[in-house]
Design a protein around this ligand. Structure first.
Ligand SMILES: Nc1ncnc2c1ncn2[C@@H]1O[C@H](COP(=O)(O)OP(=O)(O)OP(=O)(O)O)[C@@H](O)[C@H]1O
Ligand SMILES: [Mg+2]
Ligand SMILES: [Zn+2]
Length: 236
């Protein structure tokens, strides 16, 4: 909000007349303020906030990261539509190749550019949080309270898909994914697990999350398989 805004005079609202009635709409000068507030509410870990943006992503040579970056940027620009295809992205690839970096960059760009609410969730943390409510009948938050904002968020980033593969973890994930699937809400995901692992001894994403969930994700997301070096190693 700007104090000396010519449109709203610093009140943050513009009063308009439509069909003889007066309406107040938020003034355009509130946008940056709103975006900052939305980023604060998105639950993006502090570690990622400043670092995981498009500007700091440098595609490694001998990798397909340039292409992955282009897809991610285009997604953020076109959000909430994404061509004719699915309205989400599943970033897959080995450890440290930049999946979370790109996915968080998309989330932050959408928050800033479109001013629409979005949420980040790390599946490991989510499972831990839900488990902590069990056996506590008077817990302040129930499993339902924890999951509902994630089900309803206009855009959700699920980080570390497949990190736990117990039947309970698969069921919890299936609930979240299928609810979003039914409402056609755009979802971003990252996973270390591949559909066709390089070695036959390795488990696939489908093994980790279950057939029903993988199947829905095929319809919900464009799969972006990133290759390239582990950037964490390269740094140290
Ligand atoms: N192309 C890139 N340019 C600059 N930094 C990068 C790039 N890719 C990854 N990094 C950096 O490498 C580190 C790891 O990236 P990130 O967290 O995105 O990995 P990841 O693919 O999600 O790995 P994991 O599977 O372990 O979760 C971060 O510090 C990130 O900023
Ligand atoms: Mg990651
Ligand atoms: Zn104004």
């Amino acid at each position: 909000m700007r104090k000396n805004c010519k449109e709203c005079g610093g009140t943050g609202y513009v009063v308009e007349e439509r069909q003889g009635k007066l309406y107040a709409r938020p003034c355009g000068c509130r946008k940056p303020e709103r975006a900052t507030a939305l980023i604060g509410q998105a639950a993006i870990p502090q570690r990622y906030r400043e670092r995981y943006v498009f500007e700091t992503y440098q595609p490694a040579k001998e990798s397909n990261q340039e292409e992955a970056l282009l897809i991610a940027r285009r997604y953020a620009e076109e959000y909430p539509a994404f061509g004719e295809g699915p309205n989400g992205i599943l970033f897959m690839g080995p450890c440290g190749c930049g999946k979370t970096h790109l996915a968080v960059a998309v989330l932050q760009d959408v928050l800033l550019r479109k001013g629409m609410p979005a949420l980040f969730v790390d599946l490991n943390d989510l499972y831990r949080e839900i488990r902590s409510t069990y056996g506590r009948p008077n817990a302040e938050e129930t499993e339902y309270d924890i999951l509902t904002p994630l089900v309803e968020s206009p855009l959700l980033l699920i980080d570390e898909l497949g990190c736990v593969s117990t039947p309970w973890a698969q069921d919890t994930l299936h609930y979240l994914v299928s609810q979003r699937y039914n409402e056609q809400r755009p979802t971003l995901l990252t996973s270390n697990y591949l559909d066709q692992p390089e070695r036959s001894s390795e488990v696939s994403l489908e093994d980790r999350i279950g057939t029903r969930t993988r199947s829905r994700l095929h319809e919900m997301c464009k799969t972006v398989l990133i290759n390239g070096p582990d950037h964490r190693r390269a740094k140290s």
